[in-house]
Ligand binder design. Structure first.
Ligand SMILES: [Zn+2]
Length: 347
């Protein structure tokens, strides 16, 4: 053999070169809040995406309480408008609506943005609006955030106490119509009863874009072993979340993040695990202290993983996966292959 042995750094670089898919990022909301500025995507986000070699990002439309109910639809439309306007001024990005478009963007070296929605408040109770948002490019929808809406109720940030109600009739109609249109139904945040309902009325693989195992953080916003297995039986994928890995700050580490990956993989196989970082520190940092306290009181105190707080940190995760003994093909499945399979099958 003449080939020289690959160094640890070379191995990280090689695995990293495949690109990283993150299925949950609160980008549209931030672009909307900064709508008076230009080139926000290019100056504030592109450098971190490039350092992290992020290949596809699920960017979630989310409406904050202060805009509801009256402005929900309008703010959602404005978030999409900001996204298009920002992408137009930065040719490194492409908004993608199908697997084929994602592939094309990657062939051209662009970062693919997949528009998702977290909470269907913008629809009110109007099923027609799903069609409108579909035409605007929305390709994955989680029915709720933590609050209740016309479709269903979110899981609480506590071990018990979520509503026992499943989906409303409107929620069920939405789910069926999503499956018919080719919009991925995302199980993130939904309460346990709603979770069961969605699985019972659908047949395609289901995803949970950003969540964690209750084994390490026991809140109903995360998912139980039984729920993990249900997603596995459907050949779905679970994106592991970086801001809810532990209720304790000192346990919020990359190792605990990987514990969630390992735990889910042990239950349903490595092909059921992906990434849904939910990086949120950049928004949290912009808030006044009063608002940060409000978040802690309403949901939970977020604990950011120091060396995994934004997209530029992707290599830190790869390095630690290698050190923990994951094989190359397993790391590639986690980083991009599993989500790519979902896109190929559902979009
Ligand atoms: Zn979320």
């Amino acid at each position: 053999m003449t080939a020289k042995k690959e160094s640890a750094q070379e191995r990280i670089d090689r695995l990293h070169a495949g690109g990283v898919i993150d299925l949950h990022f609160d980008l549209p909301m931030d672009l909307y809040e900064k709508r008076e500025r230009k080139n926000v995507l290019k100056t504030e986000f592109l450098p971190e995406f490039e350092t992290g070699n992020i290949s596809v990002v699920g960017v979630a439309i989310y409406i904050e309480d202060r805009y509801l109910p009256e402005l929900g639809l309008r703010v959602a439309l404005d978030q999409i408008a900001r996204l298009h306007a920002e992408v137009q001024t930065c040719e490194r990005f492409a908004i993608c609506r199908s697997y084929r478009e994602i592939q094309k963007a990657r062939d051209e070296g662009k970062i693919a943005l997949l528009i998702t929605m977290e909470g269907v408040e913008p629809f009110g109770t109007d099923l027609n609006l799903l069609r409108v948002f579909y035409e605007l490019g929305v390709r994955a929808i989680g029915l709720t955030h933590a609050r209740r809406n016309a479709a269903g109720a979110g899981g609480v940030f506590a071990a018990t106490g979520s509503s026992h109600d499943g989906l409303t009739a409107f929620g069920r109609d939405l789910v069926r119509e999503c499956e018919r249109l080719g919009v991925i139904v995302d199980l993130a945040h939904i309460n346990p009863a709603g979770f069961d309902d969605i699985l019972s009325i659908t047949t395609k693989p289901r995803i949970v874009s950003h969540t964690n195992a209750r084994r390490y953080y026991d809140i109903e916003r995360n998912i139980s072993d039984e729920q993990i297995k249900m997603v596995g039986e459907r050949r779905g994928v679970i994106g592991v979340n970086s801001v809810l890995v532990s209720p304790r700050e000192d346990e919020s580490t990359i190792d605990r993040y990987i514990d969630h990956i390992e735990y889910i993989a042990n239950l349903i196989g490595i092909d059921g695990v992906g990434i849904g970082f939910d990086f949120f520190e950049f928004i949290y940092r912009q808030w006044p202290e009063s608002r940060q306290k409000e978040l802690a009181a309403k949901f939970t105190m977020p604990h950011f993983i120091p060396d995994l707080t934004n997209h530029s940190h992707a290599r830190n995760l790869i390095r630690r996966l290698i050190e923990r003994g994951f094989r190359d093909e397993q790391i590639e499945e986690i980083l991009f292959r599993n989500w790519r399979r979902i896109f190929q099958e559902l979009l």
